[in-house]
Design a binder for this molecule. Structure first.
Ligand SMILES: [Zn+2]
Length: 336
């Protein structure tokens, strides 16, 4: 069988005809397999959803308990049969609960990796390399200019600034699912033991992370009710990037605007957003990690989705690996 008979793009998302299921569909479908809880991959309204326990819990937190007709939890590494097609979820190292999905049928294995990263992250299970015939990779940072420094280096910059400006607060923009908790954990790993103040939009998901045994230390709400401006002098405050342009941000004393994102590699982006301290911390692979991972899977074919598809396709071709862009629509890398 040809690989495209086993999985191919449809307007709803990536579809498996023999298994009759979609992976990360962007429109409501009968049966959805979901790689992780970011809103561009995990949408409400499917009749049935198969995902890891953590992804199902995160979807319930975000959309309410009735986000799907029925749900089934997939255990990492457990092979399941769907209409004669074997399906196995493997850790993707992107955010808590994130998984790659290996689809096997008639001696053909395709791995849909969803979003993934290779840097160690104490808030989720590490990516594992799954040998396959076809590897479907994202390309969010699929240009050689993207090289992510070690995350502890970036957190070191933040802590240095906190020590240097004890009268100012540090506002760290970080996506609500994954990045925010990773920044908290990195601060703890670097020895920062003061309370971390968080925007209300992070409260439920951060509490969920803690409930699964990921210790993020003491988290306090960053609300006016909880104190005056002076109380936030020297504080680290984490919130979703969108909150930083509204009134919420103005309650803090002389804030240092920080943003934790792979896009902070581009200085112009940081300037445009008014970011004083850019922190290059990404939940996606950089260029070297993308190309290394493609090699390690041993795939003879690579399909490239959301991001800088053309550059990675070209790189594959130069390596003698057949490659093509998938042109899936509707993925906006919520957690970059
Ligand atoms: Zn994601």
């Amino acid at each position: 069988m040809r690989a495209s008979d086993l999985l191919h793009p449809r307007p709803e998302g990536l579809y498996c005809p023999p298994g009759d299921f979609f992976i990360d569909p962007v429109r409501p479908v009968e049966r959805a397999l979901i790689t992780h809880g970011h809103s561009d991959h995990a949408r409400p309204g499917h009749r049935s959803v198969l995902a890891t326990r953590e992804t199902l819990d995160i979807m319930a937190l975000r959309y309410g308990e009735d986000f799907a007709g029925t749900t089934q939890a997939a255990r990492l590494g457990e092979r399941m049969m769907l209409n004669g097609v074997a399906v196995t979820f493997h850790a993707a190292g992107h955010v808590l609960g994130s998984a790659q999905i290996a689809v096997e049928h008639q001696a053909m294995r395709i791995v849909a990796s969803g979003d993934y990263k290779r840097q160690p992250d104490a808030t989720c299970a590490p990516f594992i390399v799954v040998p396959c015939d076809v590897f479907i990779t994202e390309a969010t940072f699929g240009l050689p200019v993207f090289r992510h420094p070690p995350d502890h280096h970036e957190i070191g910059l933040l802590l240095k600034s906190v020590a240097q400006f004890p009268e100012r607060s540090h506002l760290v923009g970080a996506y609500a699912l994954g990045k925010a908790q990773r920044v908290m954990k990195l601060l703890r790993q670097a020895g920062y033991d003061r309370p971390i103040h968080i925007h209300g939009a992070l409260a439920k998901i951060s509490a969920y992370y803690q409930s699964t045994g990921i210790d993020l230390g003491e988290l306090l709400p960053a609300t006016v009710e909880s104190g005056g401006k002076a109380d936030f002098a020297g504080a680290v405050v984490i919130g979703p990037p969108a909150a930083f342009s509204d009134r919420w941000a103005r309650r803090f004393p002389d804030p240092v605007a920080c943003f934790a994102s792979g896009w902070m590699r581009i200085r112009q982006r940081a300037r445009q957003r008014g970011v004083e301290l850019p922190l290059i911390i990404s939940d996606h692979c950089d260029w070297d990690e993308l190309t290394a991972t493609i090699r390690e899977t041993g795939a003879s074919q690579v399909w490239v989705t959301h991001g800088r598809e053309e550059a990675l396709v070209r790189w594959c071709e130069l390596q003698g690996i057949a490659a093509r862009p998938l042109h899936l629509v509707g993925y906006e890398d919520e957690g970059d």
